[in-house]
Design a protein around this ligand. Structure first.
Ligand SMILES: [Zn+2]
Length: 265
């Protein structure tokens, strides 16, 4: 690896950082060697985190003269890799400010922050660190190579890519929906309820939040619930407008996340 930390000095955004890394490492392999990259970019050590209730941490100072990444003990490999990417993001994004003790401590919730309200600085830092982690672990140019090789999208393909990139299925679902050339979305059904929905963020409908957003997406419920009707707006919803009630009709074993894909029309 030849990328140096000073090569990345001119940018502070997750997107800018990742494109500079890729420019210097055009032959980045998959799964992305995230630990090797962190050490190459002047992280001194990746150690176990002993503080209860946190998923990851970064010991540093305001000048970023040093950096030690901490990862919760015993987590699976995809989760560990995502946490390392996240903490590396805090280390490289210059305007991320550690707390007074010179460290970042990140909870499970921080690692799931996918948006931030205007003015919420902490949420913005967490969101940007997650964005960096996703982009570096699943670089869009690499994903596009895989999509070119297998252009027809499927859940099986999503799972296969999650495996190859060594990321969680959910992280891959987000990236897959974002970068696949075909318009599609994934919904995650848990305990018979519709949980998170990921679809191409460039589409106008993704600007809407929550249930309304969902109803603005045209989808065939057959693809999701195995029934045969179509929903085009809240009005047409067979469960008088409540997505959750439609979701409740599903029977799944407790705590099991079920991935479904829907085509958007
Ligand atoms: Zn964080």
């Amino acid at each position: 690896m030849s990328v140096m930390r000073m090569d990345l000095a001119d940018t502070g955004s997750p997107e800018g950082l990742v494109s500079l890394v890729l420019k210097h490492e055009p032959n980045f392999r998959v799964p992305v060697p995230i630990e090797e990259l962190a050490l190459q970019l002047e992280i001194e050590e990746i150690a176990e985190l002993e503080t209860e209730g946190f998923e990851g941490g970064l010991i540093t100072d305001s000048n970023r003269s040093r950096g030690i990444i901490l990862v919760k003990r015993g987590v699976n490999q995809p989760r560990r890799r995502f946490t390392i990417g996240h903490e590396l993001g805090h280390f490289l994004i210059a305007n991320h400010v550690p707390d007074e003790d010179g460290r970042f401590l990140c909870s499970r919730q921080d690692l799931q922050t996918l948006s931030a309200k205007e003015g919420d600085r902490r949420a913005k830092m967490e969101f940007e660190a997650n964005r960096f982690s996703s982009l570096i672990l699943m670089p869009p140019p690499k994903l596009r190579e895989y999509f070119k090789r297998q252009p027809s999208p499927s859940i099986e393909h999503l799972f296969q890519l999650a495996d190859e990139f060594q990321v969680s299925k959910e992280a891959m679902a987000r990236a897959y929906a974002d970068y696949h050339p075909e318009s599609l979305a994934f919904i995650i059904v848990k305990d018979g309820k519709v949980g998170r929905i990921y679809h191409n963020r460039k589409r106008p409908s993704s600007q809407q939040a929550g249930t309304n957003r969902f109803h603005k997406v045209r989808y065939s419920t057959e693809e999701i619930f195995g029934s045969a009707h179509q929903v085009r707006s809240t009005k047409d919803c067979p469960t008088s407008g409540s997505m959750c009630r439609a979701g409740n009709a599903l029977r799944h074993s407790a705590n099991k996340s079920v991935f479904r894909r829907m085509a958007m029309r």
